[in-house]
Design a protein around this ligand. Structure first.
Ligand code: SF4
Length: 317
């Protein structure tokens, strides 16, 4: 049970939200207490759509920096707040502007499709943005002969390649959380729970994907656990999503897939977990830290995101 201090701070946040016409958007990888005070909880695609279609004056983003930047790109006139500016992303940081520009130059004539998990400079260099929820469909919506350059996640890129068979070169980046799952430990849990289904995110490495019963984005994993008949799941993505899985399917059991190094606790995203309820309160109270981005780069980064939204809408995603 939450203590009195927790209740006070939560009611302060709710008051501030009302007073300032603010909304809190939270990613599935946030802790349960944050998900519970958010106006909307979702994956990158759903959060982008929400950021683009709301009447709030302030968007407080409980997530990491590239997500708050995406909200700012989609709602440039709104104040977008991120409670901790150190909430970065190892995947976004594995793709630096200078190196990615060179990669594009070395592969001219290809449509540049990047995953939303990039810094804004990379988005500005892209033709279309995608998320794990729509990547396969967006690529399949392009003419069959179109040559593609995909970045930054190599596992996601290889997964898309295996699904679409398209002519695609892939940037060699990765997310430290999704690459850390231990195949051995997952199989040990499966041995002990033969009825359990293994469900994983496409950012996981190939050996982990190969033993999975289902592969999908965080929202696809959530949907699967709601509609599937199994009672127990081994979950190969950031364990924050289990909060929603338990809420949606209270009678089922969810076991987080363990990382290779059991001492490091690295199946949790240390960047996501920098956001706390106290930081959200202070951020909303002081209206800072705020995401401030040069107008030119905002404009350049908007075009490929708009293409993603248009294609997603057309495909009914
Ligand atoms: S889980 Fe991986 S991709 Fe997601 S924010 Fe953390 S480091 Fe980035």
């Amino acid at each position: 049970m939450k203590d009195k201090a927790d209740f006070n701070i939560i009611s302060e946040i709710l008051n501030l939200k009302k007073e300032k016409n603010a909304i809190i958007l939270a990613h599935y990888y946030q802790t349960g207490d944050i998900q519970d005070i958010a106006d909307f909880v979702g994956d990158s695609l759903a959060l982008s759509q929400k950021a683009a279609s709301n009447n709030a004056d302030i968007i407080l983003f409980a997530g990491v920096r590239f997500m708050a930047e995406t909200a700012k790109i989609l709602s440039p006139s709104k104040k977008v707040l991120l409670p901790d500016m150190d909430a970065g992303c190892s995947l976004a940081d594995s793709c630096k502007e200078k190196d990615f520009k060179k990669f594009i130059e070395e592969n001219t004539g290809r449509t540049v499709i990047t995953y939303v998990n990039t810094n804004i400079e990379i988005k500005a260099l892209s033709d279309i943005i995608c998320t794990s929820s729509n990547a396969v469909q967006i690529i399949e919506s392009l003419p069959p002969g179109e040559k593609i350059l995909f970045g930054p996640d190599r596992n996601m890129g290889n997964y898309i390649l295996s699904k679409t068979g398209r002519d695609m070169v892939v940037w060699n980046g990765s997310c430290h959380v999704h690459e850390e799952f231990s195949l051995e430990a997952i199989l040990k849990i499966k041995d002990e729970n033969p009825d359990a289904k293994i469900i994983v995110h496409p950012e996981c490495e190939l050996p982990v994907r190969l033993v999975a019963d289902f592969i999908g984005s965080t929202s696809a994993l959530l949907k699967f656990t709601k509609t599937d008949s199994a009672r127990i799941y081994i979950v190969g993505t950031e364990p924050g999503i289990i909060h929603q899985m338990k809420k949606e399917s209270p009678s089922k059991n969810f076991i987080p897939a363990p990382p290779k190094d059991s001492a490091c606790g690295c199946s949790e995203c240390n960047f996501m977990k920098l956001i706390t309820v106290v930081k959200i309160y202070k951020c909303l109270r002081d209206e800072k830290p705020e995401i401030l981005i040069d107008k030119n780069i905002l404009r350049k980064a908007y075009t490929p995101i708009r293409r993603m939204m248009e294609i997603s809408e057309k495909l009914g995603l």
